[in-house]
Design a protein around this ligand. Structure first.
Ligand code: ATP
Length: 465
């Protein structure tokens, strides 16, 4: 394992490697550990770190940017590319401010906040378990009266900064789809049932950002708005999307015991919603929402028809009338989903090297489609040009097909690094490669190694990723 150089006469590695039954699997991982790894390996950095950072904003590093793209691709592939009844969309972040009046965000998109008069800390009122005593400084009865705080971030558009130039950074992507509903169904030649999917940035001036990238002020959402006719099959469509989303999380390996689909009770739903399910993950601090799936009825389109005076209905061939479709929405956060993949994949385990020495390794057991690097290629020695050249040639040949990376150095350290970033396969070129064209492939989860003919590598990796 890590620290042990590969050598010729390969099989002894295999027989000596032993992974102990994940002794740390039950030990809860802390968010600090995840954040430290994310920083150390280049997944996620604090935004504007050299100026002390800015609360609620994060940057995705070289590996994080790739991983986040993989998460989005996985969602897009399942939600749009595999379906002939869903089309893609990409609307602007800043919309006409009337949008947010009509949607209800100007009047009601707020959280209630309180301040502790003693320590001056600010809290979201609905997040307080006990409102009689400050959780930070312990003072009793020190809170101010709760007051509403609108979460939309404001900006101004154009050269004048007055009320006529006021605009908002969208707090969700969905409204861009609703106001375009007619443009979309006419140009895509669709009639309900059909869906519109969009991934994009959203902004919320959260009162208390925190838990790493879980609650942030700038994030990405992946939203599906699925429009159905009011023909009695709407709840079927709702359940189908819930099942589809369940399958998505399962396909990408999220541990089922840490995921739950919580069915909202009528009193927990907005008055217009007919059904709602929150997808929640068991984070180190408890359950947190990743996605909400809701049956929103005709609420959104009707609100925009009322405010704009424009007809957004479609002509229903069955009823021979213009109808407002019902809406099933699935709204997921990309940043929270990526954080979930990191937390869920993170493990520390003991393993024994060939000398009988026990060492701990950190491993991210990421799904190969989500892992930023899929195959790392090493040269056993960095000072042997024939090995280096061969390894680099293999990496170049893999690159069009997989996310491949060449590296060199101490093999044990290379394994340790690739384990930490979740690379499912490491390929090592050694002297035997020069003799018979075989390479060692080491699998991340089992640490098992096998010799593969170089010209079978592509097929080998294709079958396993
Ligand atoms: P919360 O109750 O956690 O504030 P919400 O119920 O307001 O979330 P929705 O409006 O349903 O969230 O947004 C849909 C999804 O967008 C959420 O499930 C989440 O994944 C993501 N999201 C919402 N707010 C944030 C945020 N501040 N940071 C990161 N992701 C967010």
């Amino acid at each position: 394992m890590a620290g042990t150089p590969l050598s010729r006469g390969f099989p002894w590695h295999l027989s000596n490697y032993r992974t102990m039954a994940a002794p740390t699997a039950e030990r809860p991982v802390s968010m600090e550990e995840i954040a430290a790894l994310a920083k150390r390996r280049g997944f996620i950095f604090q935004s504007s770190e050299i100026y002390g950072g800015i609360g609620g904003f994060w940057d995705y590093g070289p590996l994080g940017a790739v991983m986040k793209r993989n998460v989005k691709n996985a969602w897009w592939h399942d939600t749009v590319e595999l379906r002939d009844d869903v089309v893609g969309f990409d609307s602007s972040i800043i919309m006409h401010p009337a949008t947010w009046e009509a949607s209800g965000h100007v009047a009601a998109f707020h959280d209630s906040m309180v301040d502790c008069r003693v320590c001056k800390h600010r809290f979201r009122y609905d997040h307080l378990k006990d409102t009689s005593r400050c959780p930070d400084c312990g003072s009793a009865n020190s809170f101010t009266e709760p007051r509403n705080f609108n979460l939309m971030l404001k900006t101004s558009v154009g050269p004048m900064e007055d009320t006529s130039s006021l605009a908002y950074l969208r707090p969700e992507t969905a409204q861009g789809i609703f106001v375009n509903f007619k443009n979309i169904y006419q140009t895509a030649r669709k009639r309900p049932p059909f869906g519109v999917a969009q991934i994009g940035k959203a902004f919320r001036n959260e009162i208390t950002p925190g838990n790493f990238t879980f609650r942030v002020r700038e994030f990405e959402q992946a939203e599906l708005e699925y429009f159905v006719p009011d023909d009695g099959h709407d709840m079927e469509a709702f359940h189908e999307w819930v099942e589809r989303r369940k399958a998505w999380y399962a396909n990408y390996g999220i541990k089922p015991e840490r995921l739950r689909f919580y069915e909202l009770k009528p009193e927990e739903r907005p008055h217009y919603a007919k059904a709602g399910v929150d997808v929640e993950y068991l984070f180190p601090w408890g359950w947190g929402e990743l996605e909400s799936i809701a049956h929103r009825g005709t609420y959104d389109l009707e609100a925009h028809m009322r405010a704009s005076g424009k007809d957004l209905r479609f002509f229903d061939e069955a009823t021979k009338r213009r109808e407002t479709p019902l809406l099933i929405e699935s709204s997921a956060g990309i940043d929270r989903t990526m954080l979930t993949f990191l937390v869920d994949a993170y493990e520390r385990e003991m393993s024994t090297d060939p000398n009988g020495k026990e060492t701990e390794r950190t491993v991210l057991r990421l799904h190969p489609k989500i892992a930023p690097v899929q195959a790392a290629v090493f040269s056993l020695a960095r000072n042997k040009p024939e090995l280096v050249g061969r390894a680099q040639a293999i990496e170049r040949a893999l690159r069009p097909h997989f996310r491949a990376q060449y590296d060199e150095g101490n093999i044990g350290q290379l394994y340790r690094r690739q384990d930490e970033i979740g690379t499912p396969f490491c390929i090592t070129v050694d002297y035997e490669t020069l003799e018979n064209g075989s390479v060692t492939v080491r699998e991340r989860d089992t640490m098992r190694q096998e010799r593969i003919a170089e010209n079978h590598l592509l097929q080998y990796l294709e079958e396993r990723t």
